[in-house]
Design a binder for this molecule. Structure first.
Ligand SMILES: [Zn+2]
Length: 504
């Protein structure tokens, strides 16, 4: 009997919010790269008697993210203590949210092989980050020890929990990237993975579909309904890159298939378990099973009052949200006639999208489309080659429009435009460059005719071919003429002249 498997994946995404101070104290939250334990105070060191004070900005940012993810914003919310012992948790508890998160019941749509699919978002709540453990080994004694850096302790941390609606590695990756884009767009976080501002925990199990019920269950996959039979859920914690996210999922899916096929019995596969990720060997490692799982003894945080929001406040925050990437892309398609896949690329970064819109303001559609083409083609290629970005480069929108206009007017050829692009990217004006270097396209037939006669004299065999009916061979002569004029000849004019001289 044939068996097929469907991965059932849910993600917990941790996002460090971009605020001036930490979540519950006034320590500077911009700690990256600073000396250990220089951004601390009695509160974020967890000293007895120190009291937390809420960071209002972090609360508003969380609600803004919730609104962007189509979540409900309950009128009341509160913080709770999550009690557990770990060296990087200085207080012995973390202030988090248990049963009354700031936002819940949202969704996000992603493109999949079955079309657009809505991925449920259970909740997005606010908590504080922990300190950082640094594991080292004494080079003399070989003894290993752990150091604690409390700079990260108390940084506002947003946790976005999805429903188990993702059905492949690709979908999980697309969803995670979309979350990153949205929090960046609304300015809630830089979500820089290299600085640890975005981290993932994954929950993965395998739906098992026997062929007899195949048809019905395949339909269920499209509707994101859970298959009746699935392997125990495995949680893999602390993945801090998209690569780790993808590799851990691939590894876990393969591991679970092998395990199920060896035993053939779900009851043999144990309970829900937590595994870690080995970055060097790229495999998951068993950490603990459900029986040993923590009982966090949550209770309402006694040092902080509950939070209440009016409908008016929530509507104000909703109204203040910027245009989100999907809406912007849809508008680009409609307003400028740009292909949806190009529009998606143009809106990938909010500031670059703004750059583009400012550049093409008041231009007609053909110019806008050409600017988009140059931006996504040659400009992107050149910026990548120089390891820089659009905004870091000297390229101005005005100059790119100028370049496109010069080509459209026949003043320069596309080839010349490409040749001078490296200089335009450093901030030079295309018009000035064309004048300075004498790059105007030659369309004057008198001047071109002389060059055409030379080329004809030099290539008698090709000329014979053209005369005997192989007209496509004319392109070779056009190429020769472009060479002789260093790309400055106007190709349609050249073709016209050659045709006239050879065929009449
Ligand atoms: Zn502090």
């Amino acid at each position: 009997m044939a068996t097929s498997y469907v991965p059932i994946i849910g993600l917990e995404i941790h996002v460090q919010l971009k605020t001036q101070s930490k979540m519950f104290c006034s320590c500077d939250a911009q700690y990256f790269g600073d000396e250990p334990n220089t951004h601390t105070c009695p509160t974020c060191l967890g000293l007895p008697g120190a009291l937390p004070v809420m960071n209002q900005e972090a609360i508003i940012q969380t609600i803004r993210v919730g609104l962007a993810l189509n979540c409900e914003i309950p009128a009341e919310s509160k913080f709770d203590r999550k009690n557990y012992f770990y060296p990087d948790l200085v207080k012995g508890y973390q202030i988090s949210q248990y049963d009354q998160p700031l936002t819940k019941n949202g969704w996000l749509e992603i493109e999949t092989e079955e079309g657009r699919v809505r991925i449920g978002i259970t909740r997005a709540h606010l908590e504080e980050d922990t300190a950082k453990s640094i594991h080292e080994t004494d080079p003399k004694t070989g003894e290993s020890y752990t150091l604690i850096d409390c700079n990260k302790s108390g940084i506002p941390l947003l946790e976005i929990v999805s429903e188990p609606d993702l059905r492949s590695v690709r979908e999980a990756s697309a969803y995670a990237r979309k979350i990153q884009q949205i929090v960046r767009y609304i300015g809630a976080s830089d979500a820089d993975m290299e600085k640890g501002q975005l981290r993932f925990d994954i929950n993965v199990s395998l739906g098992i579909i026997e062929d007899a019920e195949g048809v019905e269950d395949t339909l269920d996959i499209v509707k994101r309904i859970l298959p009746k039979k699935h392997t125990p859920i495995v949680e893999v914690k602390n993945l801090n890159s998209f690569r780790a996210l993808e590799k851990a999922l691939e590894y876990e899916i393969k591991r679970q298939i092998t395990l199920y096929e060896e035993t053939g019995e779900l009851s043999e596969m144990g309970n829900k378990e937590t595994r870690g990720w080995d970055y060097e060997r790229e495999e998951t490692i068993f950490q603990r099973s459900k029986e040993e799982a923590h009982d966090y003894r949550y209770f309402p945080e006694p040092d902080l009052p509950p939070m209440r929001f009016t409908a008016e406040q929530i509507e104000t925050w909703r109204a203040e949200l910027p245009e989100l990437p999907e809406a912007k892309a849809a508008r680009f398609v409609k307003a400028y006639g740009i292909k949806p896949e190009d529009a998606a690329l143009l809106v990938a970064d909010r500031k670059e999208a703004d750059w583009f819109e400012q550049a093409v303001e008041k231009q007609d559609k053909t110019v806008v489309q050409e600017v988009a083409k140059w931006l996504l083609g040659d400009v992107t290629y050149l910026l990548r080659e120089r390891e820089t970005t659009l905004l870091q480069s000297g390229l101005s929108g005005e100059h790119l429009v100028e370049l496109v206009t010069l080509i459209a007017a026949g003043t320069i050829s596309g080839k010349i435009a490409k040749d001078i692009l490296p200089e335009i990217i450093t901030g030079k004006s295309p018009k000035a460059l064309v004048t300075e270097k004498g790059l105007q396209q030659v369309s004057d037939s008198g001047a071109l005719e002389a060059v055409a006669r030379e080329v004809i004299a030099e290539n008698p065999a090709v000329v014979d071919q053209i005369r005997s009916g192989k007209e496509s061979a004319i392109m070779f002569l056009v190429g020769q003429m472009m060479k002789k004029t260093k790309g400055q000849a106007n190709p349609p004019v050249v073709q016209e002249i050659l045709r006239k001289l050879i065929l009449t």
